[in-house]
Design a protein around this ligand. Structure first.
Ligand SMILES: Nc1ncnc2c1ncn2[C@@H]1O[C@H](COP(=O)(O)OP(=O)(O)OP(=O)(O)O)[C@@H](O)[C@H]1O
Ligand SMILES: [Mg+2]
Length: 383
């Protein structure tokens, strides 16, 4: 992008944004987000030739703001450093995106009601999805809890039933659901203390039930490790048989660890979703999980790596390199990426977690909310 292009688009237009009504701002914002996504995809597939086409499309379809963006697009120097320039452009658009986002704190989720049989089939038994990474703090709990909420929103009218299992002794998801530990926890199930039905509790969301967790999981894991029955890795599977017919989807939030309760989770899992930050050790982490999947496949043939979900995504070159590295090893990477939450979005995330709400209930239009919503649709095959 030329300095001239940047200056032309820069300060003046941000000032103009103040003059837009809230609804106009929202419309621009949604369009802007779509444009950014298109650009990301261009960079991702490295198909620079499509850029010209898209510029034409923007000019025909969009309002003033987007036309001005389009005006600066031809200023991108395609050669010899076309990727670098595009990444710079993307960064710039990201900045604009952030700026717009700061204005939009309200809004609603897109109207999306689907039939659950479209997603889970007519006579399917419970489909189970595990969010996993042996590395901590990569967003497993953030994504899995908000994913549960997004699916609840999309499918509640068709009577979807979701069972959420917190499989982490930290109990972060349980806290978020405001679990009542008096019902018991997953530790009780693994220890064989109580039938599974007893530890399932309703949550504030009418379609979502919960099996909570707490530090009792440490003892349960130690107990299973010492067990000699030979069924220590499939106790959860056996226990859940009793209720599997009552749910369409089971979502498991796993700890940053591999232990007996994680093996139990994998023994009932259909789809593994590796949540990862795009960092240099992401590939190694994914490979480690794959090795475990291979082992568990011996007693759960339905287990597959559904995909790698990139969290804290940005337009930086190193991020694209990391994603390319995983793709080059033929690892499935979800098309939807969860963007890195800037200060504003991070604030929404914190408010949501502290207030025990989903990000959608705090700021349904913020970047992270929209991405998790898109990801949920992609997972369900309705993207
Ligand atoms: N896209 C994002 N951008 C910025 N921060 C994020 C993003 N996603 C999650 N976070 C933040 O990262 C922190 C860790 O998130 P979270 O607890 O979901 O990770 P985790 O993988 O479940 O951690 P653990 O392994 O300890 O269970 C939280 O503060 C969360 O708000
Ligand atoms: Mg967690």
């Amino acid at each position: 992008m030329t300095d001239n292009g940047m200056a032309k688009f820069g300060r003046d237009n941000f000032v103009q944004l103040d003059e837009l009504s809230f609804e106009e701002m929202q419309q621009q914002y949604v369009k802007m987000a779509q444009r950014c996504k298109s650009l990301e995809q261009i960079i991702e597939v490295n198909d620079i030739s499509r850029l010209g086409q898209l510029v034409g499309k923007y000019q025909n379809n969009s309002k003033e703001l987007l036309k001005q963006i389009a005006m600066i697009l031809p200023a991108v120097e395609y050669a010899p450093e076309e990727n670098k320039e595009l990444v710079k452009l993307l960064d710039y658009l990201e900045g604009l995106h952030e700026k717009l986002e700061a204005y939009v704190v309200k809004g609603t989720l897109p109207e999306t009601t689907f039939d659950k049989t479209e997603c889970f089939g007519e006579h399917r038994t419970m489909r189970t999805v595990s969010f996993i990474n042996f590395k901590g703090g990569v967003g497993k709990t953030t994504v899995s809890t908000n994913f549960a909420y997004a699916i609840f929103c999309m499918l509640r009218d068709s009577g979807v039933r979701i069972l959420f299992i917190d499989n982490d002794k930290q109990g972060n998801a349980s806290d978020w659901f405001e679990a009542d530990r008096q019902y018991g926890t997953i530790a009780n199930v693994l220890m064989g203390d109580v039938p599974v039905r007893k530890v399932i509790q309703h949550t504030r969301y009418e379609c979502i039930d919960l099996i909570a967790a707490d530090t009792g999981l440490m003892e349960a894991n130690a107990h299973l490790l010492e067990g000699e029955n030979g069924n220590e890795a499939v106790i959860l599977r056996e226990a859940l048989q009793e209720v599997a017919g009552e749910y369409d989807l089971c979502i498991i939030d796993n700890p940053p660890d591999i232990n007996m309760s994680v093996l139990n989770a994998l023994s009932i899992t259909d789809d593994v979703i590796i949540v990862t930050f795009p960092e240099k050790d992401s590939l190694a982490g994914a490979k480690e999980i794959l090795a475990h999947i291979k082992q568990v496949k011996k007693f759960n043939r339905g287990l597959t790596l559904s995909g790698i979900l990139v969290n804290a995504f940005s337009g930086h070159k190193t991020v694209y390199q990391c994603i390319d590295e995983m793709k080059n090893k033929h690892l499935p990477v979800y098309r939807t990426k969860i963007h890195y939450a800037d200060r504003e979005a991070k604030n929404f995330l914190n408010v949501a977690r502290q207030g025990k709400k989903s990000i959608f209930e705090v700021s349904p239009c913020c970047k992270v909310a929209r991405d998790i919503f898109d990801f949920s649709r992609e997972y369900l095959g309705i993207a």
